[in-house]
Design a protein around this ligand. Sequence first.
Ligand code: G1P
Length: 292
Amino acid sequence: MTQSIETVVFPVAGLGSRFLPATKAIPKEMLPVVDQPLIQYAVNEAVAAGARRLIFVTGRTKKAIEDHFDMAYELETELAKSHKQALLDCAKSVLPEGVSCAFVRQSQPLGLGHAVLCAKPLVGDRPFGVILPDDLIDAGQQPVMQQLADQFDQTGRSVISVKRVPEDLTQLYGVVDIGDQAGPAAAIHSIVEKPARGQAPSNLAVVGRYLLTPRIFELLETTAPDQRGEIQLTDAIARLLDEQGADSYEFNGQHFDCGSKLGFLQATVEYALKHPELKQGFAEYLTHRGAL
Ligand code: G1P
């Protein structure tokens, strides 16, 4: 029996400048992959893993995220009046009953570690999950947050999701060293944020899912900013290794980097090819297109 993760934090304060001008007035987390905004996939994953408290670390331009998870009173009343039950169910399905949302502002862009620290007063002193919505992962019936929770139950130590990446991409990620241990779970020997080319200890890259013990908050409070003035979650995890240890977990699932346009398009194609109403027509279109 898996211990459920009650609380999951979603750092969503980033500006999304890579998607300008699309993200000038709407948060990048509200961009849809087929028919759901990115943040909805992240929330669905958390809820499927048992989360009941969702904490969004937001910024000034992120009001649409709050509205998305709030009740849309006028819309729901209209749909109910006109007996559009399927659409009404769809509008209500964004948040299952019994799941609550809280929002906290990260008023300065001081990095991912600082964003997580902003959630401290709302998380309390229990282990919690972190999901970066840019990292969309299709893991079928076994969401990655659930995979991390299962691992956590065995050891009680923090767990960080990782995947193998080509060596010339390691400088884009946090990278872990697990020596010659065989996966999927392994004790992390060291972790480094965005190592310079040729300096990475391995090609095991951190992907945006973390299950952390609350000790991370105290470590974040005393973690020095990097050269860019940002407090890195990776640097606090490096200190956690000395105290409590932590494990990496090579998850099962297909990862899409939706922080990049290419990853976003790849996700759109793959999710469309699985969508019950679209898969046939879209596959036909792609087949036809490929034949051109
Ligand atoms: C963040 C983390 C990095 C991790 C990455 C995964 O970086 O700092 O360690 O590998 O997310 O997406 P960012 O992509 O926000 O620069």
